[in-house]
Every structure is written in structure tokens, then in C-alpha cells.
Write a protein that binds this ligand. Structure first.
Ligand code: SF4
Length: 337
């Protein structure tokens, strides 16, 4: 089986106590049954604490929502006392993600983690392939898989090559043309992208929608609400476009091939475009617009929207139900920046 992943994943390392938004705080941490059994069988003071601080599904967070094994310095007591091999599957893998196809496994690291986000923003998206021992691949429509792999390359190339607003218009129109081909049973790349005429984006309404979703972090709603309040002001994104392009490519890489399972690619492309546009807008509202502001906006958005299946599902639904998330409005987002 082939394992494909962006080359920057090789450099990923958790920054532990240097992390300003630890995934060991505020997240439920499930423990896989095998590790849980191992924990329950441990002896000594650590075994006693493991039994006291876990239940059948995972770690019992402290009242301030910290993992009970995160010490006051921000280091993991389990790693310090019995080594990294002792960690449960989620703690070992986070923020890595995987997707399985027939004979191909794809992976990456998630934008919700600040160490991963820094690598995603600072590095070109270059894919590596390794041969790995047979894994549990997933049967899929291989013809559609091949088509979507080629389409994803096209989309990625356009994002990286063109000016940002033109690139976003192109990929939205390309996705609409490709979706028509798929729906009519023609598994071919479109000859040309449909024309998408940008409409003024209602960023205030978009952010109002996001602020009604359940927030994982109490700082999120005040952050985006403040940006929404200033929607009538003129904002200019003064960061380097390369960062927004890499964010768009991240979303395309991670979500586009999920269309293999349902033949639906429009919402995946819209997710990439709208997420990039909103992140760009959040950055444009910050005073300094330095790299740390881009990192903060990208990581926070990812944590709240991408890493909540309910919120992501609500946004996918809104792409179809709400005009403010239509293709023209999505294209219009980039005229705000
Ligand atoms: S969010 Fe990333 S860098 Fe921070 S503690 Fe978790 S894995 Fe480490």
C-alpha cells in the first residue's frame, strides 16, 4: 500500500510546554480499550492515579478542563514517568489525520495544532509517497478516485499559481463544472471552469452564523464577534498571500478526496475557499497582521469549525441552505481582503 502525505509532516513535533493552546486542555480525550486495559492493570501510585482519573471512555478532566496528567509546567506526567509508548492512540496520533482508499492511505497534520499550523503555513505542499505494509484500505470507486486525484492536482496548481481572488474564483467554477460531469456519469476533468461572478460577501452574516455554533474555546466567540462588529470598516489583508494559499491547499488536500465516497465535491471546495476567506478576514481585523496573527486565526478557526463534527456538518449544510455561503459570495470574500 502507498502512504501519501505532505513532506512537512516529517518535521512535526509537539512543542509541549511551549504550546499556548494545548490539546490537553479543553478537549475530551478518549482512551482506546487496549490502552485503558493496560492503564487499569498498572500498579503503584501511577496505577492508582490512572484508575482514579479515567473512566470507561477516557481521562476525567479536572474542573478547569485539563487532562489530569498535564502537570503545572504543561508537561505530560505519563510521558515523564513511563515514556511516550505509554500514550493512548489519540495522544500518540494527534494532530495527525488519515484517510483510506483502495491501495492508498493519505495523511497529514491538522491546522488546529499551533506546531502543525506553523509547518502548514511555512512550507510548500509537496507530497511524499512511502510503501507501507498492507493496511486496512477502503474499497472505493477507483475511476472516481483517479479523477479526483487529478482534479485536486489541478486545483492545487491554480491556487498556488494565480492571484488569490482569481484562483478562488477559478476553483469554485472548476468544482461546479466537475460536479456536473460527475453527476452526468462522465468521469472526465472539465474543459474549462464555469464563470463565477463575485457578489459582495456578507461577512457579518457569515460570522454571526459561526458564532451561533457551539464553541470549544471561550475566547473564540469574543474574538470573531469583535471582527463582525467591525465589518463595515474597510479592512485590507496585508499578510503574505502565500499563507492564505497554503491554508486553501491544506483544506483542498484534506477534504477534496472525501468526495470519492459520495461523489459530492462542491461543498469540499467551498469549505476550502470560505474557510480561507474567513481566516483572511479575521487576520485583516488584527492590528499587526503579523505571522502570529495569521497562525492564531488559522488555528482557532480550525479548532472551532474543522475539529467539531457538528459545526463542520452545520457549515456544510449552510453551503446549500444559505445564500451567504453560495459560490458568488464565497468568491466575493476575497474582494474584502
Ligand atoms: S496542540 Fe499540538 S503542539 Fe500543542 S500540545 Fe497539542 S500536539 Fe502539542
Amino acid at each position: 500500500m502507498i502512504y501519501r502525505y505532505p513532506s512537512y509532516c516529517r518535521s512535526f513535533k509537539c512543542i509541549a510546554d511551549k504550546c499556548t493552546d494545548s490539546c490537553c486542555i479543553g478537549w475530551e480525550i478518549d482512551i482506546d480499550p487496549q490502552t485503558l486495559a493496560k492503564y487499569k492493570a498498572m500498579d503503584g501510585a501511577l496505577g492508582e492515579k490512572l484508575r482514579r482519573c479515567t473512566d470507561d471512555s477516557g481521562f476525567i478532566l479536572t474542573p478547569d478542563e485539563r487532562c489530569p496528567f498535564l502537570d503545572e509546567r504543561g508537561l505530560c506526567e505519563l510521558i515523564l514517568s513511563i515514556g511516550e509508548d505509554s500514550l493512548c492512540r489519540i495522544c500518540t496520533e494527534h494532530p495527525r489525520y488519515y484517510e483510506w482508499f483502495d491501495g492508498v492511505k493519505e495523511g497529514g497534520i491538522g491546522l488546529c495544532c499551533e506546531a502543525a499550523a506553523e509547518l502548514i503555513l511555512k512550507n510548500d505542499h509537496i507530497l511524499c509517497c512511502d510503501d507501507i505494509p498492507e493496511d486496512d484500505g477502503a474499497e472505493c470507486d477507483n475511476e472516481l478516485f483517479e479523477l479526483l486525484c487529478k482534479a485536486r492536482e489541478d486545483i492545487t496548481a491554480h491556487i498556488m499559481r494565480d492571484e488569490l481572488p482569481a484562483a478562488m474564483r477559478y476553483v469554485l467554477g472548476y468544482a461546479e463544472a466537475l460536479q456536473d460531469n460527475i453527476d452526468s456519469g462522465e468521469y472526465v476533468l472539465p474543459d474549462k471552469a464555469y464563470d463565477i461572478i463575485p457578489e459582495p460577501a456578507d461577512i457579518k452574516a457569515m460570522i454571526d452564523f459561526l458564532s451561533k455554533l457551539e464553541a470549544a474555546d471561550s475566547r473564540w466567540i469574543p474574538y470573531i464577534s469583535d471582527c463582525a462588529l467591525r465589518a463595515s470598516e474597510k479592512h485590507v489583508y496585508s499578510g503574505d498571500d502565500i499563507y492564505l494559499k497554503r491554508i486553501a491547499v491544506y483544506f483542498v488536500y484534506r477534504y477534496f478526496l472525501k468526495g470519492v465516497s459520495d461523489g459530492e465535491i462542491l461543498s469540499k471546495v467551498r469549505l476550502a475557499v470560505i474557510s480561507t476567506g474567513i481566516i483572511g478576514y479575521l487576520v485583516s481585523c488584527s492590528k499587526t497582521q503579523e505571522f502570529c496573527d495569521i497562525l492564531h486565526a488559522a488555528k482557532s478557526y480550525s479548532k472551532e469549525i474543522e475539529y467539531s463534527s457538528e459545526n463542520l456538518e452545520a457549515l456544510y449544510d449552510a453551503f446549500y441552505d444559505m445564500d451567504i455561503f453560495g459560490a458568488s459570495a464565497a468568491a466575493g470574500l476575497f474582494d474584502l481582503l
